[in-house]
Design a protein around this ligand. Sequence first.
Ligand code: 3NM
Ligand code: MG
Length: 531
Amino acid sequence: MLQTSIDYSLYLVTGRELLPQGKDYLQSLEESLEGGVTVVQIREKKAETAEFLDIASKSKDICARYNVPLLINDRIDIALAVGADGVHIGQTDMPVSIARKLLPKDSIIGVSCNTIEELEMAIKDGADYVGIGAVYATQTKDLVKPLVGVRGVGSMLRLLDGTSIKAVAIGGINLKNVLRTLHGTVSETGHALDGIAVVSAIVTSINPRQAAADLAEIIREFKKGPSLTRGLSISTNGYTVDTIINSITTLMKSIRILNPLIHQITNNVVTTQSANVTIALGASPIMATTADEMSDLAEICGALLVNIGTLTPPAYAGMLKAGFHVNALKKPVVFDPVGVGATEFRKKVVKDLLDKWQATVIKGNAGELAALVGSNEVASKGVDTAGEGFKDPVLFVKTLARRERCIIVLTGKTDYISDGHTCAILNNGHQFLGEITGSGCATGSCIASYCAVASLLARADRKMGAIPGQLVEGDMFVAAIAGLLVFNVAAEFAAVRGDVKGPGTFFPALVDELASLTPEKVVRRVKIQIV
Ligand code: 3NM
Ligand code: MG
């Protein structure tokens, strides 16, 4: 079996001990193959040699009938005995070089990698493919090494640029998180996984044919399209100021008709304000934080906003669950990592959340976004940015958007929004916004509201721009710009009203202006540049 002829898309690792009661191993294997498994690894951690040999030999016959390659975990002797297509070896198994000598020419050798160092070694040793994991927590294997996380896989895949080594991710991947996993693991350079490896997501099923078919379909859909834009909810035709303004006009006209429910887990400084801003826009807020209700809320909301401003343990638990469920339902998640540079706790929380679910938009000021990437280019003071921003904000937001696989909104006197390819520079707003609390948080509510509208419109008309296999449908770049623009233009109108004497009277006037804002008023004042 030649490396180039192997399809790693849906890689089944067997686990006989996980079969449902009464389910025959070979029957389950055959059904998995019918469902669309593209490569099989026999993994037997407890079997004696004779039993392993028997299982491997029978499995080989079945796989051969489906023309699917068979690999053996760890045991070179078993692979040789049954004429397997190759082996999968762990870090404490036979070295690649020796396995290569023992096995026939063109045998496939895969290596488990948990760290950059292990991956570098596997590349040097000439592995044909790597299994990167564990991505998420799993009950299937006792893990002795830290979880890699989705973003960790992405940074490892970069190392495979320019090589022909294939990569699959493993550990805790299932139907609910497979698309999020494929999407989130694409590297900054556009290097995507070749496939997904699972045990329990198929083996524990009473209907492994269906389980495999469901996974295979998502993987197949995701693999369509160029990897850098793959799965991202953006236009692949390029943007101009005119097309963006046209789209924003449509979003503004639609929001009051669709009246999307915006689920917001936000901080207790701004909850009321953010809810009022959401209503003024024409959306509906629900400000719930309890983990137990997150699955139900994901069903009914149009988008989710997560803001870590005043984080409590119950809200944290709620955030972890909410984003997961909203991802699974392909709805937008807007993330506001408030004050992430301020404490070690917040840094850990942000990493945790972004490894658990995929944000659609991440919004922050220069200090927050700098802290997110561990850059010391911008200092932060509490939740505010101290001093100047980035030397090259356009490059910064583009790079971060590619790395985080989402839209990045960098707020400040000038706002920068990027999808990783295009950058919009926005110069609307008023100084009063900096003199009241919660204006940044309310911007998050606005962005989430327009993301919901864009996603609902795309879902209502799948023929228009919907890319299959993408995590969220609808143009999230334009939606993020719309949210920022509407809020900032309303602030410009509010600030010059006769009844506004200062920041105190400004906020109620802002809510009034948001409630009466028309697309025409926005178009008249918009100061946007596309680079
Ligand atoms: N190897 P499930 S995790 C066999 O991290 C295996 O190398 C892992 O099982 C690694 O799909 C794992 O049921 C178990 O989570 C994967
Ligand atoms: Mg092993």
